[in-house]
Design a protein around this ligand. Sequence first.
Ligand SMILES: Cc1cc2nc3c(=O)[nH]c(=O)nc-3n(C[C@H](O)[C@H](O)[C@H](O)COP(=O)(O)OP(=O)(O)OC[C@H]3O[C@@H](n4cnc5c(N)ncnc54)[C@H](O)[C@@H]3O)c2cc1C
Length: 362
Amino acid sequence: MKKTDIAVVGCGALGAGIAYNIAKLGRKPLVFEAKYFGYGSTGRDIGVVRGRHRDPDVAKLASEGLKLHEKLPDELGSNTLFRQDGVLTVALTSEEAEALEKEFKSYASGSFIELSRDEVRSRYPYLRVDDVKLCYLSSREGLVHPLAVLWGYLDAVRRLGGEVVKPAEVISIEPKGDKLNIKTALGEYEASKVVVAAGFRSRELLSKLGIDIPLEPLAKEALVTEPMKPFLDPVIERPGTGLVVAQTMRGEVIGTVGSLGKTSDLTLSSYRFLRDFARQATQLIPAVRSLKVLRQWTWVVDTTPDGKPVIGETSVNRVYVACGMHDYGLSLVPVVSKLIGRLVVEGVEDPMLKPFSPSRFG
Ligand SMILES: Cc1cc2nc3c(=O)[nH]c(=O)nc-3n(C[C@H](O)[C@H](O)[C@H](O)COP(=O)(O)OP(=O)(O)OC[C@H]3O[C@@H](n4cnc5c(N)ncnc54)[C@H](O)[C@@H]3O)c2cc1C
């Protein structure tokens, strides 16, 4: 049996970030990835980084996550392609405006500004502002390349002496004395500690240890168009309908709309999504009307009943978890991976992690 120090299950952005923070603290993590790098949510992500969230506990993490995203390229020595062109949040109905005003009142002043319709028109002439009732600009937020974040962490893990193996699905984890036995597709390993960061599949793996994390997998749809000359600086979002539209550096328009869905096939793309996106995106940004959609996809996000992630040590000693990242997990990756790295290596639990304890589900 191969022996290792600390094992991480899952190599999405979060698992890679956790391995990096463990390695940074002087340990040599071994990461198991079942498929390929970017197979999970991280490879299907649209890359919006926000420093805020409706839930006050998640908002604290998001605010810290944004600061760390800003420093990540320097820290990793690798460009994550983070473009801080801002996120423009709009309300198009009175109900949306009321909800948005209430939400933004709870955020730290200085993290956003309110723009009048005339200001929006003069700053962003490509936006159709006739229906805009309220608009906020969070100028430090923006768009990152999810795979650049993942690769940045991976390179740093290897430089620091950590290792990543794939394809190496973890089949089970079993306590044996003061160690943990990890059965994988590549054979058996023994570790002193294990962190499970396997997205929606974390539940299944942990349930074999008698740990029940009530994760519900829900579908999230997205699409990308053919490229056009870069024109869209900030990310445009309309929380009232879940619309998010952004332009990548290559000029493609990328986006999503609607709420997370329950379907029998969580990877099935729908005509309804395509239609809703086309209607809503062209209502706000008429210039995207003639663009051809190149690709549409759907992936599974790991959600929890209280809308918060699950981060911390489980009821089984030395088994930790980081999952339940919903559709906002990429924004949190740098902070969650840093805090869980400290918890696993040094046993220090940051007070920010308290609301996310796995024990809250009983
Ligand atoms: C369409 C879409 C759009 C999104 N947009 C945004 C956005 O704009 N902003 C934002 O902040 N977040 C967004 N998210 C969420 C974000 O992608 C994730 O929360 C974030 O990337 C963290 O993912 P992760 O590492 O937890 O999970 P994943 O990227 O899913 O990684 C988990 C990995 O674990 C592996 N694995 C699973 N089981 C096992 C096993 N038994 N053994 C070994 N390996 C295993 C999987 O193969 C996978 O690679 C979006 C998600 C989707 C689906």
